[in-house]
Design a protein. Structure first.
Length: 54
């Protein structure tokens, strides 16, 4: 069974390619935002940072 995730956001830094044994892996950080209203009705933005290895 496989899990698939789709994230849409902004890169934190340029992606970096690294060779690990015989495999090349790309690492990067991705910021995703969630916009919501607090109890008083004020718009708030929550940013989550994701460390990605592909």
């Amino acid at each position: 069974m496989e899990n698939h995730v789709q994230l849409i956001g902004r890169l934190g830094l340029d992606p970096e390619a690294k060779q690990i044994n015989d495999t090349v892996k790309t690492t990067f950080t991705l910021a995703t935002n969630t916009v919501y209203k607090d109890a008083e009705g004020n718009k708030k933005t929550l940013t989550d940072w994701h460390n990605i290895i592909a």
